[in-house]
Design a binder for this molecule. Structure first.
Ligand code: NAP
Length: 273
């Protein structure tokens, strides 16, 4: 077992490893199941999925069934904005994942005012559907993910959500203040795309293979995100066990970045693309 540290996921009170796993693309790899197994063996205890990520919940369900018990907290998501759709999605997720209860169920990508208006309608919206599922004990907590920097403060302070998923990285430092806002409201923060996404990581791996030895590496990008005390968990995507091993090594050993290091990696990140 590794030395992964735990952080509190806001008012869910769940204690999650500060390194989680984003399982959006994991099921697309022949090593997907081995990747999830490697995460469990390393002590990673938070895994992110979604109804929309083809095969992802099914893959996690295979690991749950193989282990005979749920080995991690699961966060998953519905794209539906209506009360029936979100409840149907909860039922499907339960059956795919092979669990009786899902720790965190999120509204997926609420990134326009129109989507939020639809989803929060007290009579017809997806949020009401998730509230019913919570009342029935099918889900533990309700969260939201969004890419809209103007809407995120509204979502964070709405009182409707125990956790928020937002993008934050040296490529995308603008959300640091929103993380502080979430911390003040005791809303847990799940960081998506902590390494800048698959396109950039692919470029970075190529540069490293050619001898680049500067600051802009996946390891330092992970360190950058974990250095923010308001982050509850960062969920790098991974399709191979080796990624898990590398990320676990970083998260077990890192020292928080200094302001100087943060400025330097942000400057390099701006240059990449
Ligand atoms: N709610 C939303 O709207 C939303 C949107 C986007 C993402 N997300 C969530 O956030 C998670 C992460 O986002 P993401 O996957 O787009 O971006 P990311 O985590 O920033 O980057 C993932 C990429 O990094 C690579 N990688 C991981 N660890 C590495 C390492 N140690 N060294 C080199 N490369 C490494 C992965 O490679 P391999 O794949 O080859 O292993 C993958 O290509 C997703 O899985 C999903 O759960 C949510």
């Amino acid at each position: 077992m590794t030395g992964l540290r735990l952080r509190r996921l806001g008012r869910t009170h769940l204690m999650v490893t500060e390194l989680g796993l984003g399982a959006m693309d994991t099921s697309t790899s022949s090593e997907g199941q081995a990747t999830v197994e490697a995460a469990v063996d390393a002590g990673i205890n938070f895994v992110d999925s979604a109804r929309e990520y083809a095969g992802s919940e099914f893959l996690l369900g295979q690991v749950v069934r193989a282990r005979g018990a749920k080995p991690f907290h699961i966060g998953t998501k519905t794209f539906s904005h209506n009360i029936d759709g979100s409840q149907r999605d909860v039922d499907r997720s339960l059956s795919m994942l092979g669990v009786d209860r899902i720790d965190l169920y999120q509204l997926h990508d609420i990134s326009t005012q129109a989507a939020w208006d639809e989803a929060r309608d007290e009579d017809t919206g997806a949020l009401a559907g998730l509230q019913i599922a919570k009342y029935r004990g099918l889900i533990g907590h309700i969260g939201v993910s969004s890419h809209n920097l103007d809407l995120l403060p509204v979502l964070i302070t709405s009182g409707a959500f125990d956790a928020v998923m937002l993008e934050y990285s040296a490529f995308f430092p603008q959300t640091a203040e929103l993380i502080d806002l979430a911390a003040r409201h005791d809303v847990g923060v799940i960081v998506m795309r902590p390494l800048g996404g698959s396109g950039r990581t692919s470029v970075m791996r190529g540069r490293i293979a050619e001898g680049y030895d500067g600051l802009l590496t996946p390891a330092n990008l992970l360190r950058y995100v974990l250095s923010h005390p308001g982050v509850s968990t960062a969920i790098p995507g991974a399709r191979y066990p080796s990624r898990i091993h590398d990320n676990v090594r970083v998260a077990s050993d890192y020292t928080p970045m200094t302001d100087g290091e943060r400025g330097a990696i942000e400057a390099e990140a701006r240059e990449l693309y």
